[in-house]
Every structure is written in C-alpha cells, then in structure tokens.
Design a protein around this ligand. Structure first.
Ligand SMILES: Nc1nc2c(ncn2[C@@H]2O[C@H](COP(=O)(O)OP(=O)(O)OP(=O)(O)O)[C@@H](O)[C@H]2O)c(=O)[nH]1
Ligand SMILES: [Mg+2]
Ligand SMILES: [Zn+2]
Length: 351
C-alpha cells in the first residue's frame, strides 16, 4: 500500500473529499497527463484513468486536470479508472498559452515551490527570471532561482550583481550536476510532502536536476548522466516523480515563451520591489509613469531603483493588464454565447 502523505495528501484534502459527493471512491494524484489518459497514483498503485463526460462538459482547457491535481476516481479492471471529480485547485501554476490572447494553460497544481532553472551560459537572462517570478508569486507558490551548469565557468561577480534584486526576494542556488554538494543543498531545501516544479527554457538541465535529486546516493552517481553519453533527451510532458520519499518533483518541458496569465499586478510590484517605493507616491492610484510626486520615478532617477528593473515592471504590468482585459472580454463573450444556446434550447422546447 502506498502512503499518499509522501505525495502531499493531508487532513485538509481529506476533509474536502469527505465533503464531496464521492467520499467512498478512491482518491489519487495525477502524475502524468497523456492526451486523454491520466496516470493517477493512489494508495493501491498507479491507475490509467479517463474523465467522465460530465467532467469535460463546458470546461475550458485550463480547467481540465493537470499534473499534480488531486482527483477522485472509480477503479475498474486491474489498473484502470474513471475520474469523476477533481478536488478544488490550489497553488496552480499557469501560463498564457502561446499564440492566444487570453487562454490559460495549467502547468502543475498543488505546488509549494517552483524552481526557475536557467543555465550559466547564453540562457541566463534576468528579465526572463523576473517574468517567471511574477507568474509564480501570483499563485502563492514560492519561487526559487536555480542557476545551473556552474561547471561551465562564469563570471560570479557579474552574475551576483545582476541578480542582486532577485536574491533579496527569493533564494538563489548555483548548481551543477557535476558538483554533488550543490545538488544536496537543493535537496535539503525540499521538505517531505512538498511539491516542487521545475520550469525554464529547453536544455538548461531541468530533467538532469530532477534525476540527480532522485539518485539514492548522489555522491556516487551524479556524474553518470554526463558519462553515459546518451545525448540530450528533450522532455515532452509534465511528469511527477517521488524524491526518495521526501518530496514530489514535477519536471516540465522547456518553453520558448512564458506568457503572463495574471489578473492583478500587486504581487508583481511586490516581487520587483516597486511597492517599496510606491508607498510614498503622492497619489494612491499613481501608475508611476509621469505623475507628479511619483516616488518610483524619483527612485529610478536617483539610482536607488535600477532603471532596467523598473522598465521590466512596466512591460510585465502591461502584459498582465492586456491578459486580464482580454480574459474579461472572453468570459463575457462565453457567457453571452451560452445564454444564446440556452435561449435556442428553450425555443426548441416550446415548439
Ligand atoms: N555541463 C553541464 N551540463 C549539464 C548540466 N545539467 C545538465 N546538463 C546537460 O544539458 C543538457 C540538457 O539537459 P536536460 O536536463 O535534458 O535539460 P532540460 O531543461 O530538461 O531540457 P528540456 O527537457 O528540453 O526542457 C544535457 O546534455 C545535460 O547533460 C550541468 O550542470 N553542467
Ligand atoms: Mg527535460
Ligand atoms: Zn508613483
């Protein structure tokens, strides 16, 4: 029998299950999502599940279960099941789906910590790290910056200077899969029952880190993946694994574009330290663009606030505003469309 507490099951989730209409069915957590098949880990092992029609009806893409969601299912045969219910979502990491204006995509749910992975070569990009931080902190998930491939050699002073404002807000780790002590430090940072998701561009080493963290004996095996010469394996799906029974890791495929899907920009201002200065703006609703008595602009002019961080804030805020306005419009459209459908149905019924 599998102890689901190691996967993050707790009293609160149990209460939610008891309050649902399905308290006598099996619960489990989604490890991997294939097209229409969901792999669910439960007390009785791994089940291949599908959704009931009801769970699909009238749902937008982002409301379908994702990796990390807790679901209730009816088992059948040996290891098959039908998912009938999803426990209310918490701490879900979303992003804006590329090529859309307001479509969200759920990356992982019930996440405690999100590791933003960048490699210490051309991939390193402070602005991109800020973008991830903004999305992650909006969801009450703890962001952590991981700068990987330290063995390649990098200008430590230059990097430290660039991430100074980030390091004031969130933990920053410098890692290398060839330096076991750096992996151990990362592992110690993930507590039992916690869920950590790894996000970042393709090729930065997310899967390598997840694999290294899962090795029983990191000291003995950490350099094996380099020496096997298997070549690169690009991840194609979001996959959940258990780290030596003390933490759940979710690996994700690299994304070229990580669009913001956030509705309010307070946490953005907070994480980029704009709110520290905004408190002293003359107007409560100051937008920090050209208002008189704007303390944010003053801080930029005096050099207290890095102009690049300020510009990054404006850019991300514009993007967030754009997303939330488009999402609002979309919801309104969806609503009036479903109203229309209802009316047509009613009219048909009265013939
Ligand atoms: N030198 C060095 N190479 C590394 C390190 N970590 C990972 N790599 C290598 O970088 C390449 C890409 O690593 P992956 O772990 O597949 O990267 P990923 O982020 O999972 O990539 P996607 O799945 O495409 O998103 C592999 O060849 C790894 O061996 C590191 O710390 N140092
Ligand atoms: Mg990968
Ligand atoms: Zn202002």
């Amino acid at each position: 029998m599998i102890n689901l507490n190691t996967y993050g099951w707790n009293d609160k989730l149990n209460r939610l299950k008891q309050e649902s209409a399905y308290k006598n069915l099996t619960h489990g957590r989604i490890c991997i999502v294939h097209r229409t098949c969901y792999e669910v880990i439960s007390e009785n092992g791994l089940f291949q599940c599908e959704l009931t029609g009801n769970m699909m009806y009238g749902k937008s893409n982002s409301e379908f279960p994702c990796t990390g969601d807790w679901v209730i299912f009816q088992p059948f045969d040996e290891n098959k099941g039908i998912i009938v219910y999803m426990l209310p979502r918490e701490r879900t990491l979303y992003r804006k789906k590329s090529g859309t204006v307001a479509d969200k995509q759920a990356i992982a749910s019930y996440v405690d910590k999100a590791f933003i992975v960048q490699s210490l070569d051309d991939n390193f990009n402070v602005r991109r790290a800020e973008r991830f931080m903004a999305q992650i902190s909006e969801e009450q998930i703890k962001p952590i910056l991981v700068l990987n491939k330290a063995d390649l050699g990098f200008d430590k002073q230059k990097i430290e200077k660039q991430v100074k404002h980030i390091a004031r807000q969130i933990p920053v780790f410098i890692t290398s899969i060839c330096q076991p002590e750096t992996i151990l430090r990362l592992r110690e940072f993930i507590a039992e029952g916690e869920t950590a998701v790894f996000v970042g561009s393709s090729g930065v080493g997310k899967s390598s880190l997840v694999n290294a963290l899962c090795e029983e004996s990191i000291l003995l095996t950490s350099d094996i993946s380099l020496s096997t010469g298997k070549g690169r394996h690009t991840s194609t799906r979001r996959e959940m694994v258990l780290m030596n029974s003390s933490g759940v890791l979710i690996d994700t495929p690299g994304v070229r574009e990580f669009g913001l899907a956030i509705d309010d920009t307070d946490s953005l201002a907070e994480i980029l330290e704009i709110s520290d200065y905004a408190k002293s703006c003359r107007f409560k609703d100051c937008k920090h663009i050209n208002e008189p008595g704007c303390n944010v602009i003053e801080a930029v002019n005096s050099g207290a606030l890095d102009r690049k961080v300020y510009e990054s804030y404006l850019k991300l805020r514009r993007e967030a505003w754009h997303f939330s306005a488009s999402e609002y419009e979309k919801r309104k459209r969806d609503k009036s469309f479903s109203k229309l459908v209802d009316e047509v149905k009613k009219r048909k019924a009265s013939f």
